[in-house]
Design a binder for this molecule. Structure first.
Ligand SMILES: Nc1nc2c(ncn2[C@@H]2O[C@H](COP(=O)(O)OP(=O)(O)OP(=O)(O)O)[C@@H](O)[C@H]2O)c(=O)[nH]1
Length: 538
């Protein structure tokens, strides 16, 4: 996660830096383009002004009498045109009806230049392509006035748009590799001149093709980013040429303008990326090394939680925060183990006496039966129920009854071997499971039953009061093949017979797999009422 955040952070910084650089560079290039466009626009304006001024001075100095003398007028015009190279394509004079007065046919008449000049104002015509030359030409006109000030004729001159110092700028003014200058006449919807000669004297694009151009055509001056007619994104700046109503566009493709940013990105990626990658890999390895014990511990903990491995302490591999965490986990695990053991104990042992409860008795009985059934010899179940325990409880109280139960449990434990089981399965009911007799089983169990009766019958000294309780015992002997439940029921039944027979005695019920208590076989008993059938003490 940390590694991912570091990577994302680095990438975000890289892209943020790139974005800032692009914005700054775009602004800077736009400002440069604006300065260039304004400079060129001013230059063109002053140059046009210079030509119009020259044309005006020429018109003012034209002797009026020459207007009616074609040959001298033509000679006068040729002489003066030669004096200044501003109209290398020639001069001509027209009367008010548009008739040539100089007798020459140097070039065609521009209606715009002629018409406006006739109205009394110097005027520019529509730029045209020069016959026999790749250059464009610009017709200009100025009024010729009579001494009374009336416009009597028009002096027309045609300037070479490619002439050095006029619109030579667009040709020379290439900006970068693909950038350049454009001079646009909104009135004529025409590219007057362009760095790209193919665009010169071509009509401007239709509305909607280039949005910044559309705005410029309606008077916007400034800069912006636009997509040109060829689909190239450009930074363009627009400045006015006031005298002509034209505007100059200085433009540069964004890709070229921002090439330094692209070079910087390339440089960073080329120079820094391997180092950054190496650092990231190193960080990743360190993080993996740091976290590997934690991940291993987590995997083990999950297995323990799923019960696929026992609860066992995790290995503490390092004495750092993770080692600390592992130790804390182990402590928690130990606590959990203790609690689990306690729960286990509570589930299988009687809280009052600490003896196995009915559940554990069932397990042990099954084990012993299985063992006995596999040739392990006979086993015996002794079912004990105290006699007169209720009066004890009622007379001396429940606590005294509890204490009596605890002491009786100890006495019973003292009588059996370590492999035998003494369980408490109810209020005053105990069960003994015996096996591995060193004498004939019947005799041995009867002997033990008798010793139980005697041991429990010993007085109990509770709160300096002597109390005595008895016990009735039902015994079942088997050599396996019996169901635990049926065996216990048979022992219980024998115990009941002992109760019926006078209490504080035992009854031994013979056991056969299909007939637990055969009618033919009378039980052996220590009870007085059964004394005729069995000896009281064996
Ligand atoms: N103090 C104490 N008494 C208990 C406990 N569990 C059961 N008892 C009492 O043990 C008595 C058992 O009842 P009985 O077996 O009928 O009493 P009893 O006097 O021995 O009767 P018989 O078996 O017919 O001789 C009841 O009074 C129960 O309340 C215990 O955990 N502690």
């Amino acid at each position: 996660m940390g590694l991912a955040m570091a990577t994302v952070g680095t990438a975000a910084s890289y892209f943020q830096l790139t974005r800032f650089l692009r914005e700054d560079l775009t602004k800077s290039v736009a400002a440069q383009q604006t300065a260039l466009a304004e400079y060129v626009a001013r230059d063109i304006d002053s140059y046009l002004d210079e030509r119009l001024q020259f044309l005006g001075r020429l018109a003012a100095s034209l002797p009026p009498e020459l207007l009616s003398q074609p040959a001298p007028l033509a000679a006068w015009l040729t002489r003066h045109a030669a004096l200044s190279p501003v109209f290398p394509l020639g001069l001509m004079v027209l009367d008010r009806s548009g008739q040539r007065l100089d007798g020459t046919a140097a070039f065609t008449v521009d209606p715009m230049a002629f018409g406006n000049a006739l109205g009394g104002q110097p005027a520019l015509g529509r730029p045209i392509k020069m016959a026999g030359s790749p250059n464009a030409a610009l017709p200009m006109g100025t009024p010729i006035r009579s001494p009374a000030g009336e416009v009597v004729a028009v002096l027309l001159g045609t300037a070479d748009l490619a002439a050095e110092g006029l619109l030579g700028h667009p040709d020379d003014g290439r900006v970068g590799h693909a950038g350049g200058l454009l001079v646009v006449s909104p009135r004529d919807r025409l590219f007057v001149a362009s760095t790209d000669p193919a665009m010169s004297l071509k009509p401007t694009p239709a509305l909607g093709v280039n949005l910044l151009h559309d705005r410029a055509m309606t008077g916007f001056r400034g800069n912006g980013i636009t997509i040109n007619a060829k689909g190239v994104e450009e930074i363009s700046a627009i400045a006015s040429v006031p005298l002509s109503g034209w505007f100059v566009v200085a433009r540069l493709p964004v890709a070229e303008a921002l090439a330094p940013v692209a070079r910087m990105q390339h440089f960073i990626l080329k120079q820094r990326a391997p180092a950054v990658l190496a650092v990231l890999v190193l960080i990743g390895l360190i993080v993996a090394w740091l976290l590997s014990p934690l991940l291993k511990a987590a995997r083990q903990a999950e297995k323990m939680a799923r019960g696929e491995m026992p609860l066992s302490p995790l290995q503490v591999v390092r004495d750092d925060e993770i080692g600390h965490l592992t130790r804390a986990f182990n402590s928690l695990l130990a606590k959990l183990g203790e609690q689990q053991a306690e729960l286990e104990r509570l589930a299988h042992y009687d809280i009052l006496t600490g003896l196995p409860n009915r559940k554990l008795l069932d397990d042990r009985l099954r084990q012993m039966l299985a063992c006995s059934g596999q040739g392990g010899g006979p086993m015996a179940v002794l079912y004990l129920d105290l006699d007169g325990f209720k009066p004890l409880n009622d007379t001396f109280g429940h606590d005294a009854g509890d204490e009596a139960l605890r002491r009786i449990a100890k006495r019973l434990l003292a009588l059996v071997g370590s492999t035998d089981t003494v369980a408490r399965i109810g209020g005053d009911e105990f069960v003994l499971l015996l096996a591995g007799f060193d004498a004939p089983a019947e005799q041995a169990v009867q002997r033990l039953a008798q010793r139980c009766i005697e041991a429990i019958g010993e007085p109990l000294h509770l709160d300096s009061t002597e109390i005595t309780v008895g016990v009735s015992i039902g015994i079942v002997l088997t050599e396996g093949g019996a169901a635990p439940k049926a065996l216990l029921a048979a022992a219980d039944e024998a115990m009941y017979q002992a109760k019926q027979g006078g209490r504080s005695c035992y009854v031994l019920a013979p056991w056969q797999r299909d007939r637990p208590v055969p009618e033919a076989a009378r039980p052996q008993s220590s009870c007085e009422s059964c004394v005729a059938a069995v000896p009281a003490r064996q």
